[in-house]
Design a protein around this ligand. Structure first.
Ligand code: ADP
Ligand code: MG
Length: 384
C-alpha cells in the first residue's frame, strides 16, 4: 500500500510546496496577462485569463492548490478589475457579487472535475500496479514450480536410468547362471544318461525307450536354456561386439518367426561403449519383437550408419504401421508403449534421440546417438 500511495502521488505532481508555488504563480501570471490584455479587450471580461489558470491548476496541481489559485484569482480580479479599480470597494455590488459567486461556483466545478479525473487516474495506476505485482508474483511461482518439477523429473530420470542399468546387470547375471550352473548340471545329466545307455543290455525295452527319450529331452532343454540365456544377454555382445550379436540375434529370430530381416551394417564396424552396445541391441530387439507382434509384415531392415559424429540406427518394416491414435499417445502423454518409452529413455541417457515415423506403408524407428560423448566411451567406434 505504501508503494501504491507513492505511485498515486508521483503520478502527476511532484511535491506539495512546488504544487502550491505553481498554483500561486499561475494565478499571478493570469492576473498580469489579464492586465496586459486590457488595451485590447477592455475591463469587461475580468475573469477571462483566471479561468484558464484554475483549469490548469485543477489538472496539474491538485485540490488544495487549485482552490488557492481560484481564491487568489478572484481576489486579484476584485482588486484590479472590478470598478472601482485598485480597491476592494464595489461600485456595482449586485453585478460584481453575482460575477464573483458565478466564478467561484464554476471554478469549484472545474476543480471537482479535475480532482476526480486525477483520482481515477491514480486509481487506475494503482490497479495496474496491483495487477503487475500479482503477475510478477505468479511468474515467480511458476518459475519456482518449474524448477521443482525439473528437479523431480531429473531424479526420476536418474532413477529410471539406474533401474534400466540394474535390469541389464540382472539379466546378464541370470543369463550367466542359467548357462553356467543349469547348463553344467544338464551336461552332467546327459553324461549319466549316456552311461545308462551304455548299459542298455541290462534294461528292458521300456527302460531303453525312457533312456533314449531322456537323452533327447535333455538335449532339448539344454538348447532351450542356451537360447533363453543368450537372449537374456548375448555373450557375443561382450565378446565380439554389437554387429556380431545383432547378426546372431537376427538369424535366430528369422528362423523362429519366418520374418526376413536384412542387415545393413558397415563391415568394419568397431566396438562401442558397453552401454551403447547394450542400448542399441535392446532397441533393435524391441523393434524386431514389435514388428513380429504388431506390424503384420514379413520383412524388416536394420541399418546402422555413422553421420556427423553420430551413430544412426534404423529399424524399418513394411507392415500396416502404428495406428494414428497410438502415435499421438506415444508422442504426447507417453502413457502407452512401455517398449518405446524404454528405448527413448535408453537413448536419452546416452545423449541421443529416438524418432518414430509410421504410416500405412510401414514403420521406421530411428535412433541417433552422439559418438564419443558417453562417459565410459573409451573406445571410439571405427565405422568403415
Ligand atoms: N512395427 C510396428 N508396427 C505397427 N504397430 C506397432 C509397431 N511397433 C509398435 N506398434 C504399436 O505401438 C504400440 C506401442 O509399442 P511398444 O511401446 O513396444 O509397446 P508394446 O509392444 O508393449 O505394446 C504397440 O502396442 C503397437 O500398437
Ligand atoms: Mg513392444
Amino acid at each position: 500500500m505504501h508503494r501504491l500511495g507513492q505511485i498515486a502521488d508521483s503520478s502527476n505532481r511532484p511535491s506539495k510546496a512546488l504544487r502550491y508555488g505553481l498554483a500561486i504563480l499561475i494565478a499571478l501570471l493570469a492576473l498580469v496577462l489579464r492586465e496586459l490584455l486590457t488595451p485590447f479587450v477592455g475591463k469587461s471580461n475580468p475573469y477571462l485569463t483566471v479561468w484558464t489558470a484554475v483549469v490548469f491548476s485543477g489538472w496539474f496541481c491538485g485540490l488544495g492548490p487549485s482552490i488557492l489559485t481560484a481564491l487568489l484569482g478572484v481576489t486579484g480580479v476584485w482588486y484590479w478589475f472590478l470598478p472601482p479599480f485598485h480597491s476592494f470597494a464595489l461600485q456595482e455590488p449586485k453585478t460584481s457579487i453575482a460575477g464573483i459567486i458565478g466564478f467561484l461556483f464554476f471554478s469549484g466545478l472545474i476543480i471537482v472535475l479535475g480532482e476526480s479525473q486525477r483520482r481515477s487516474l491514480a486509481d487506475r495506476l494503482m490497479a495496474e500496479e496491483q495487477l503487475r505485482n500479482a503477475h510478477d508474483e505468479l511468474e515467480r511461482k511458476v518459475v519456482e514450480r518449474t524448477a521443482d518439477l525439473n528437479t523431480a523429473n531429473e531424479s526420476l530420470r536418474e532413477l529410471s536410468g539406474r533401474l534400466q542399468q540394474l535390469r541389464d546387470e540382472e539379466r546378464r547375471e541370470i543369463a550367466r547362471d542359467l548357462h553356467d550352473s543349469v547348463g553344467q548340471l544338464l551336461a552332467a545329466v546327459g553324461m549319466n544318461l549316456a552311461a545308462v545307455q551304455n548299459q542298455a543290455d541290462k534294461l528292458d525295452s521300456a527302460g531303453i525307450r525312457a533312456a533314449t527319450e531322456s537323452v533327447t529331452l535333455v538335449e532339448q532343454i539344454s538348447r532351450e536354456i542356451r537360447t533363453i540365456s543368450h537372449l537374456l544377454h548375448p555373450p557375443l555382445l561382450d565378446v565380439a561386439g554389437l554387429a556380431s550379436a545383432l547378426r546372431w540375434y537376427v538369424d535366430g529370430f528369422s528362423e523362429r518367426s519366418k520374418i526376413k530381416v536384412e542387415m545393413d551394417i558397415p563391415t568394419e564396424f568397431g566396438r562401442l561403449s558397453d552401454e551403447m552396445e547394450i542400448a542399441i541391441f535392446r532397441m533393435v530387439q524391441e523393434c524386431i519383437t514389435n514388428i513380429h507382434r504388431h506390424s503384420g509384415g514379413t520383412a524388416a531392415l536394420i541399418r546402422v550408419v555413422e553421420a556427423d559424429h553420430a551413430l544412426v540406427v534404423e529399424v524399418q518394416d513394411y507392415g500396416k504401421g502404428i495406428p494414428i491414435q497410438k502415435q499421438l499417445e506415444l508422442t504426447s502423454s507417453g502413457r502407452t508403449g512401455v517398449g518405446f518409452r524404454g528405448m527413448r529413455e535408453r537413448m536419452r541417457q546416452l545423449g541421443g534421440t529416438l524418432e518414430i515415423r509410421s504410416d500405412g506403408t510401414g514403420t521406421i524407428v530411428r535412433a541417433r546417438l552422439p559418438l564419443g560423448l558417453s562417459a565410459t566411451d573409451s573406445a571410439n567406434p571405427t565405422v568403415g
